[in-house]
Design a protein around this ligand. Structure first.
Ligand code: GCU
Length: 348
């Protein structure tokens, strides 16, 4: 796909050596924290309590609520999460789901279907971490000082969940997929960019400041100005200076995807979701693919058509797809993601 939006070359590599790229990656992580999302707070070690639930999906699964209690000299905060694992299995690949609702299942999370496909689910509701508003005295935000946006805190919790999964013998911790929709699709990307333990990243309809490039938006697309008008607290305070000056950003969103290389990445989009700028998301995948090539892998292979056929994910380690319909994390999306996850597992 042609770089019609003239996104500058933020890779800035003298040559294609992976060592130089690793160094540049560290700078890019700094830039994303300094300029856009804010800094990840210090890592706390939570105390963990688990509670077995009676309802267990027709006895096909074990369901435990897992409570993470974080404590420091500023206070304490507990986050409830839910772990649902197919019963009697070992080496279970797991979806870590960052969700809008604390209910399991919920409209975005068809647990039983996921279990039936052989996957476990570890789920937390983002607002149990910290509320989706400007109140930084709420929840986990109250334990830390510094310039971080709420997306960073939700991503911080995802890494904490990964730590916990590493303590579970039934889980294949080398096969954990992180998944989120919309603002939580943005969060899934940030979490995976900063935590290389995620094997697969499924970012659904993430759009502006998620998978889509920030430059070259058209009238129907969400812009930096629009997003910071309503959700300034998702980002670092410093980010506001780019509101009406997108071209001065020292990077663009494809570099966030590039940080996920050489791991597996799926960017899911919905045809009617003009706000999310699907063309900008596809361009992002195209430009980011250079990072996969640095590891000797194909990123996006878009030989089908542009955009690709509905419900088909493009081949390659970076998969893009556009389904029919509007902004939603639908069963159609889940089916596509699970199919791809299985393909990857079978290749290994
Ligand atoms: C708004 C916001 C988007 C976001 C979406 C969501 O539409 O403008 O950036 O992705 O909410 O999270 O549902």
């Amino acid at each position: 796909m042609e770089n019609k939006r003239h996104i500058p070359d933020f890779f800035l590599l003298d040559d294609n050596s992976p060592i130089i790229w690793e160094r540049r990656k560290a700078e890019i992580k700094e830039l994303f924290q300094n300029e856009i999302y804010g800094h990840f707070p210090e890592k706390l070690t939570p105390s963990i309590k688990t509670e077995e639930r009676e309802i267990n999906f027709a006895s096909k699964a074990r369901w435990e609520s897992v409570y993470f209690t974080f404590e420091n000299d500023k206070g304490t905060h507990t986050v409830k999460t839910d772990l649902i694992l197919p019963r009697g299995k070992t080496s279970i690949p797991v979806f870590l789901s960052i969700g809008f609702s604390a209910d399991v299942p919920n409209k975005y999370l068809p647990i039983e279907e996921i279990i039936d496909n052989g996957f476990g689910v570890f789920h937390f509701c983002y607002e149990n971490v910290t509320k989706d508003n400007n109140d930084f005295s709420d929840g986990l935000a109250s334990l830390f000082e510094g310039d971080f946006g709420k997306i960073t805190l939700w991503a911080y919790m995802a890494s904490q969940c990964m730590d916990y999964l590493c303590t579970r013998d039934e889980v294949d911790t080398t096969r954990v997929a992180i998944i989120g929709h919309s603002r939580l699709g943005k969060t899934a990307l940030v979490a995976s960019a900063f935590d290389e333990r995620f094997f697969l990243t499924c970012s659904n309809d993430s759009g502006c400041l998620g998978a889509s490039v920030s430059r070259g938006k058209v009238a129907e697309n969400e812009t930096i100005e629009a997003i910071t008008d309503v959700f300034p607290f998702w980002f670092s305070k410093k980010f506001l200076k780019y509101r009406d000056n997108v071209n001065s950003l020292p990077l663009d969103q494809h570099m966030l995807l590039a940080l996920i290389a050489p791991r597996h990445l799926i960017i899911g989009t919905a045809k009617d979701d003009l706000w999310a700028d699907n063309e900008g998301q596809l361009l992002s995948c195209t430009l980011a693919s250079r990072a996969w090539e640095l590891y000797g892998k194909a990123g996006l292979i878009n030989d089908m058509c542009e955009p690709c056929a509905p419900f088909e994910l493009t081949k390659g380690t970076v998969s893009f797809y556009e389904r029919e319909g509007s902004h939603f994390q639908s069963r159609t999306d889940w089916i596509a993601y699970m199919k791809k996850f299985k393909e990857i597992l079978n290749e290994a």
